[in-house]
Design a protein around this ligand. Structure first.
Ligand SMILES: [Zn+2]
Length: 338
């Protein structure tokens, strides 16, 4: 299987995040990608597809903000990572504000996603990694490829960052596949956390089916998205499927949900699948609460591979760093058998 990775993603290294009432070391570390890269071996070089594919899912003002935010933070006399502290939540009217702190609130929804001097560059190359890994699927030279993206992407919406995510790599790739002629594309998100950004981006889009298996948002981040009754709106009504599961979920119940997701995807009849893969469903993950084991990932991968769909696997979360390389390799083993 072709593996795509770009080391420029490693420069993004936020120091702290606000979590459970205190500032803690940021869980989304560069070593996550390094250990996966070391475990998987040789990686294909990443091409630069430019900013246009990013602008197909993100708003121009958001991209401008993300690219300039840290410089504006420094210009305001600040040190360290840029992070908001005021959010225009419920029912605030849109305002054209200039102060960096107002902008950070406008374009984010949590305090776990600081912007460093290197965040734009790392996120940019993360999105290019997803696009590069999509290319062999579009030209038919591969049936499966893996994009080792970092920072992850599935919590980032069209005009907001959050959940360690800045640019939505899976959404950028799915839209690029649409633009390349795939009439129907499915995204299956199997990160522990609901992929709220991806859901929002395609919420009213009937050409991209979004299915997510994740921890029940009644108990787990991101709380405000991913409930079972969220199914899309307008042209996208019925093209979103949420399958929340309780903490402590093990493989049998997980596979039941996976069968439901794959049946819905089969009914949608896509010609390409984007798999948002987070290894934070792992039993040893420090911030999550499922009980999936390393060998389970091969079972999960093989079941998804059995769909026969060309599949782009995009790296999302996974914070048990020591085991992350083996867990990713285990999932990919399920695909290489096909
Ligand atoms: Zn996650």
């Amino acid at each position: 299987m072709q593996i795509f990775f770009d080391r420029r993603q490693l420069a993004h290294a936020p120091a702290l995040e606000l979590h459970n009432g205190g500032w803690t070391a940021h869980a989304e570390k560069p070593s996550r990608a390094e250990i996966v890269c070391a475990r998987l071996g040789a990686c294909e070089p990443v091409r630069d597809f430019g900013r246009a594919p990013l602008a197909r899912v993100h708003t121009p003002d958001y991209l401008d903000f993300l690219e300039s935010a840290h410089a504006r933070w420094v210009a305001a006399g600040r040190e360290g990572d840029a992070v908001g502290y005021t959010w225009p939540v419920v029912r605030r009217r849109p305002l054209d504000l200039e102060r960096i702190d107002a902008l950070l609130g406008r374009y984010s929804y949590d305090a776990g996603t600081p912007i460093t001097a290197d965040s734009w560059d790392a996120a940019y190359w993360g999105a290019q990694t997803a696009l590069s890994a999509l290319a062999p699927l579009l030209d038919g030279s591969a049936t499966t490829s893996f994009a080792l993206c970092r920072p992850p992407g599935h919590h980032a919406g069209a005009d907001y960052l959050g959940g360690y995510c800045y640019l939505n790599n899976a959404a950028v790739a799915a839209q690029a596949a649409r633009d390349a002629g795939h009439a129907r594309v499915a995204i299956l998100d199997i990160d522990y956390h609901h992929g709220n950004g991806t859901q929002d981006i395609f919420w009213e889009d009937g050409s991209v089916f979004f299915a997510s298996i994740h921890a029940d948002p009644a108990t787990d981040y991101p709380f405000f998205w991913g409930h079972a009754d969220e199914a899309g709106e307008g042209a996208g009504e019925g093209a979103t499927l949420n399958l929340p599961l309780p903490r402590g979920t093990r493989l049998p119940a997980y596979l039941d949900a996976l069968e439901r997701a794959l049946a819905a995807i089969a009914a949608f009849a896509p010609s390409l699948l984007v798999l948002s893969f987070g290894a934070d469903t792992f039993e040893g993950d420090p911030i999550s609460h499922f009980a999936i084991t390393r060998v389970d990932y091969t079972t999960i991968g093989a079941r998804i591979a059995a769909t026969g769909l060309p599949t782009l696997i995009v790296m999302e979360g996974g914070y048990a760093v020591t085991e992350l390389g083996d867990n990713v390799a285990s999932l990919l083993d399920g695909f290489t058998a096909r």
